[in-house]
Each structure stands twice: as structure tokens, then as C-alpha cells.
Write a protein that binds this ligand. Structure first.
Ligand SMILES: Cc1cc2nc3c(=O)[nH]c(=O)nc-3n(C[C@H](O)[C@H](O)[C@H](O)COP(=O)(O)OP(=O)(O)OC[C@H]3O[C@@H](n4cnc5c(N)ncnc54)[C@H](O)[C@@H]3O)c2cc1C
Length: 586
């Protein structure tokens, strides 16, 4: 019954797949939906998209708040534990998206493209074609900007809707803005190449004008596209790619012939599907390397230990795993400034549900980080005060200005901690580490493709990362202080005992968590790089002729930003390369 039903959709069952497609896209997440849409624009090409999760598109999966991982029923999240993290003293929960749309159907919808200097440094380091100027057209290609004024650095005809809101839904954010204005530069629009890349800025979200989540699934593969391309675009859900089937070309190089796919139901069949042109892996930074390892592509020693036949010795597969780390702080604030009010006052829940259903506004939009601070740890004093900021620091093309820390204010904090008054509002000023120098790794736990991989994120393994994280906590304390100075009633419930290193470290151990921004396990770099790469500048797997990777695993390092906008741009750019490459062969 509406609104909980799933609309019928033109997916193709595993047993009805064709024997061969021009392109096979494995993983229908953030990047995979982009590839499926763009590669099937050519009516002469056939495309198969294989996704292990479902294609559910019910009302609850479209409401941003109820579909976000933390507030959802968990059906579209794949949750497991990392290995024991030495510096944190425990394992950390890893989360990725499951089902068409992947992470974009459970994420926080925060849309940030990152600092221009970051992409210019990719290009300077030999990644030709990946500078800011060369990537920017693809950010724009994916986007339809719904913000009030027209800004030429946004896109206006892309499938993905990006929204911004006037004012704040949570009053606590007005107090944060006031505090920020006293000490930090203002970033008017974080996507403007003339605005600084450090300072505070209002958030932009992947949402449409009616307040629905714009996931890559809804944006790129709406029912009209699936229906009109049903003869050439086959989307198969509940289907797990078990391994890639390789062969040798006449010249001895390696090519992928096809993919072995298994249904996720216990009684399901397994089929082999051939690829005429290319296979594109889009399984995300944790599953793409797992699939490569299961298929015999990876570090020889690990493959031999696991009794996997070595097809290609590729030492970079699964190496260089990175993620952003966030530390959760807690304060009490006025009840009605916090989303917690919806839990303790049913009338607030009813009011917000009404606002959402009637006007597409309010707390159900799930705009939990309405404003964010991107900053440099080198500008934070030991007592948290911000050093004077010179004009030079405002240039977003200067690599020294790529932010290394962030503060994510939140209208919710952990109600379970001792000292939190549950009849008041709960609020957090959560510091995060954006520039990560520690590197972890991913290995096979078993040969079962349904099993989770072994992930060692190696958080805070370098002194630089520990120092940077401490500076982020100090800045968060300074913002709280400035909010209180201006008369906002914030009361600490869980924060570090002091700003001394030892107290900060103890607090980080207790309260650090993943931001779920896994990346760089199949990085774009030469094979003989000191940190060996897995794909070349065209995202083709080194040593193969027709296998590419397009997802967050190819980032040279975890970018100093929320990654989804970059995944969209990378996917658009690679789709463009593939289409041009194949049309020039005609
Ligand atoms: C809870 C959460 C909140 C986040 N919040 C934000 C945010 O607010 N803003 C932001 O920018 N970023 C956010 N991120 C990160 C961002 O969403 C991801 O980094 C990005 O979307 C990853 O895209 P991807 O294409 O690499 O992988 P995914 O989107 O994970 O896609 C991979 C897909 O492949 C499928 N798959 C995997 N293995 C197989 C297989 N063997 N066979 C078939 N299918 C397979 C998976 O089911 C999945 O659908 C968040 C992430 C999470 C988990």
C-alpha cells in the first residue's frame, strides 16, 4: 500500500540475460549508474549493469532523513567491522551502500566538489587530463543546480539535482554561523573557483526541489530511461559478480572475457556473461579490490597464500586504503534547536512530518550538517584560537590551502553518554581529519565473494595525522567557546578533559569513528610508483586491455572533501573517454 510499496521496474532476471554485451558494468552504485546511463546512450551498444542489492524505490527510500544510514531500516547498508585498529584500541564499524544507487541512497547528501588545488596536484603529479580545469566540465555535466541565483560554475542540465536552502532549519546553526563569522573566512559558495577553500560555508545537498533524495539511481536511471532503453540496457539486481574471467590477447597481454555472476538468493543460479568491448568495475573502494583479488589480480604473495591462481601480479590492489576520521563530541542545547526534539516531543514529530509532506521542507530533509567548516590545522593555536589569516591563504589554487581538517556541527549527539540531559537538545561540533597520511590495506578474508573483506584502515598511524586531529578538536572547542561568549546556552556533555595532547588523544580513542569515505585501494598511478598504482590515467587496469575501474578506489589519495561529487565527475569523465574511444573505432 502507498507509500510503502515498490513501483514495478523493468529489471532483467539473471536467467534471462543475454550471453554477451558490449559493456558490462559491475556494481550499480554512485559511479555504476552513471556509466550504465552514459554507455547506453549509443543505440548501437548493449550494456549490462550488475548490482548485488535491490532496486527498491519506495517512498521511505526517497525521504532523505529516513533513508540515511543512521535513521534507515538498514536494508540498503552493508555493515561490518574493520580489523582491530592499533591507534584507536578497537575495531571500527565500516558501512557501504547496497542496492542501485549504492552509497548515494544512504549517505548524508552533502555535495562538495573539493578544492581546485587538489586536482591540479593530481595533474602536476603526472595524472594528465585530471586538473581542475579538465574535471570541472564533468562536475557541471552531472549537476542541475537548484539554488536561487544562477552561478556559472554550477551545472544546469545534468541528471543530479543539487539544492541549497536559505537560513537554517536548526537554530543552533545560527549560533555556529555567528561564532564562525568572528574567526573564520566566509566561503560564499564552495564551488566557486574564486572563493577561498578554507573557512565556513553553507552546505549543498543532492536533493530535488520536492525534497527527495537525488541518488545516482533516481538521477541517472529513472524508470523512463530503463523503459525506453530496455532492449539495450539490462539492469540485473540481486546479482553478485563472483569473479572476472580472463584470457590472453594474441600479443600475450591480458584481457577480460566476461564475468561470472551469481544470484544472491540461496537457490540462485550462476551464469557467465561475455563482454564484447569492456568490463567496468564500480563496486566501490572496498569491493572492487576484493573482486580483483578473487579473480587473481593483486599482490602475488597474498594471492598465493589464499590459493588463488595468479592472473596478474598487481601489488597495488587493496593497498593504500584511506578514510576520513571523525570524532563525536556532545553538548546540550535548547531542546527545539535539536532534532532530538522529534524523539522526546511527539508533537514536533507530527509538525515536521506535516511540513515535509505538505511543503517538502523541514527536518525530514535530513539536513543534519547545515554548515561546515573546512580549515588548516597549521592555523590553529594550542589553545584553539585561530591565527591571523593572510590574503595568501584565500587562494583556492594554492596547494598549501587544501584544507586538512573539518568541523561538522550536528543537531544531534549521543544521548547515551553519562551527563547528557535527555530532556534538552543534543548537539555536536564534530572535528574530522581530511588530509590523511596513514595508509591501510584490504585483504581477502576467504574465497567466498559474499564474505566481507579484511579492512585495516590504520587510522592515525602517522604523527602528522595525530597532530592534525588534535588541532581539529582544539578548533571545535574554540567554536563552542565563541558560541557561549555570544550568549548561546551550550553545555558540555562529552568533550576532552583539556586541550593537552594526552587528554585529546584519550578522547579521540574513545570517540573516533569512520566517515565512510573509503578510497584509493586501486589508485590511479603508474605500476612502478613507490606506492604502486592499479589503473592508468584512462582508468584502465595496468596490464589489461579492456578492464577499467571507475569508483572511489581510483582516487590517488582520499580527497579533502566529501567524495560523492567527485565520484560523479570521475564517472562522467570516464564514460566520455569510453564513448569517444569506441566511436573513433567504428
Ligand atoms: C553512511 C554514509 C554517508 C555518507 N555521506 C556522504 C555525504 O554526505 N556526502 C558525500 O559526498 N559522501 C558521503 N559518503 C561517501 C560517498 O557516498 C561514497 O564515497 C561514494 O558514493 C562511493 O561511490 P562508489 O561508486 O565508489 O561506490 P558505491 O556507491 O558503494 O557503489 C558500489 C556498488 O557496487 C555494488 N557491489 C559491490 N560488490 C559487488 C559485486 N561483487 N557484484 C555486484 N555488485 C556489487 C554495491 O552493492 C554498491 O551498490 C557517505 C557514505 C556512507 C556509507
Amino acid at each position: 500500500m502507498w507509500p510503502f510499496t515498490t513501483a514495478p521496474s523493468p529489471f532483467v532476471a539473471l536467467e534471462d540475460l543475454s550471453a554477451e554485451y558490449d559493456f558490462i558494468v559491475v556494481g550499480g552504485g554512485n559511479a555504476g549508474c552513471v556509466l550504465a546511463r552514459r554507455l547506453s546512450e549509443d543505440p548501437s551498444k548493449t550494456v549490462l549493469l550488475v548490482e548485488r542489492g535491490d532496486g527498491d524505490d519506495s517512498w521511505l527510500t526517497r525521504v532523505p532523513l529516513t533513508s540515511t544510514y543512521q535513521f534507515s531500516d538498514g536494508k540498503h547498508s552493508n555493515v561490518f567491522s574493520s580489523v582491530y585498529e592499533e591507534r584507536i584500541g578497537r575495531s571500527v564499524t565500516s558501512v557501504t551502500g547496497l542496492g542501485l544507487g549504492g552509497c548515494t541512497r544512504i549517505n548524508g547528501c552533502q555535495y562538495t566538489c573539493g578544492a581546485p588545488a587538489e586536482f591540479d596536484s593530481w595533474s602536476r603529479d603526472g595524472r594528465h587530463g585530471w586538473s581542475y580545469a579538465e574535471l570541472k566540465p564533468f562536475f557541471k555535466k552531472s549537476e542541475t543546480w537548484l539554488g536561487r541565483d544562477r552561478r556559472e560554475y554550477h551545472g544546469y542540465s545534468g541528471p543530479l539535482y543539487v539544492e541549497s536552502y536559505e537560513g537554517y532549519y536548526f537554530k543552533s546553526f545560527e549560533a555556529v554561523e555567528k561564532a564562525c563569522r568572528r574567526i573564520l573566512p566566509t566561503i560564499e559558495d564552495m564551488h566557486s573557483p574564486t572563493d577561498p577553500s578554507i573557512g565556513w560555508c553553507k552546505m549543498q545537498y543532492t536533493m530535488d526541489s520536492s525534497g527527495c533524495r537525488s541518488s545516482s539511481y533516481r538521477a541517472y536511471l529513472p524508470m523512463e530511461i530503463l523503459a525506453s532503453r530496455k532492449d539495450r540496457l539490462h539492469v540485473c539486481t540481486g546479482a553478485l559478480a563472483r569473479k572476472l574471467v580472463f584470457d590472453r590477447n594474441g600479443d600475450g597481454s591480458t584481457c577480460v572475457r566476461g564475468v561470472e555472476i551469481q544470484g544472491t538468493n540461496s537457490d540462485s543460479v550462476s551464469v557467465n556473461v561475455r563482454a564484447k568491448c569492456e568490463v567496468i568495475l564500480c563496486c566501490g573502494a572496498l569491493r572492487t579490490p576484493q573482486l580483483l583479488l578473487l579473480s587473481g589480480v593483486g599482490p602475488r604473495k597474498h594471492l598465493q597464500e589464499m590459493n588463488v591462481n595468479v592472473v596478474l601480479d598487481s601489488p597495488g590492489v587493496g593497498e593504500h586504503l584511506q578514510d576520513h576520521l571523525i570524532v563525536l563530541t556532545g553538548y546540550n542545547c535548547p531542546l527545539f534547536d535539536s532534532i532530538w526534539a522529534m524523539i522526546v516531543r511527539p508533537t514536533v514529530l507530527i509538525r515536521e512530518l506535516y511540513n515535509y509532506l505538505r511543503y517538502g521542507t523541514g527536518w525530514f530533509l535530513g539536513t543534519l550538517v547545515e554548515l561546515e567548516i573546512f580549515f588548516l590545522s597549521s592555523l590553529v593555536e594550542k589553545d584553539g584560537r585561530v591565527k591571523p589569516i593572510s590574503k595568501e591563504r584565500e587562494d583556492p589554487f594554492n596547494p598549501e590551502n587544501i584544507p586538512d581538517i573539518a568541523i561538522l556541527p550536528s543537531p544531534l549527539s549521543d544521548p547515551r553518554v553519562e551527563g547528557a540531559n535527555k530532556w534538552k537538545g543534543l548537539f555536536g561540533l564534530n572535528p574530522a581529519l581530511l588530509k590523511v597520511t596513514s595508509r591501510g590495506s584490504l585483504r581477502l578474508r576467504s574465497l567466498d565473494p559474499k564474505d566481507t573483506p579484511l579492512c585495516n584502515l590504520n587510522y592515525l598511524n602517522t604523527p602528522e595525522d595525530r597532530n592534525t586531529m588534535r588541532a581539529a578538536l582544539r578548533l571545535s572547542a574554540e567554536i563552542a567557546r565563541k558560541m557561549c561568549d555570544a550568549g548561546y546556552p551550550l553545555k558540555e556533555t562529552y568533550v576532552p578533559k583539556s586541550l593537552e595532547d594526552a587528554d585529546l588523544d584519550a578522547f579521540i580513542q574513545e570517540r573516533a569513528d569512520s566517515m565512510y569515505h573509503y578510497s584509493s585501494t586501486c589508485r590511479m598511478a603508474p605500476l612502478d610508483d613507490p606506492l604502486p598504482g592499479v589503473v592508468d590515467n584512462d582508468l584502465r587496469v595496468h596490464g589489461t586491455t579492456n578492464l577499467r575501474i571507475v569508483d572511489a578506489s581510483i582516487f590517488p589519495a582520499v580527497p579533502a572533501t566529501h567524495p560523492q561529487a567527485l565520484v560523479y565527475a570521475v564517472a562522467e569523465k570516464c564514460a566520455d573517454m569510453i564513448v569517444k574511444g569506441h566511436s573513433s573505432k567504428k
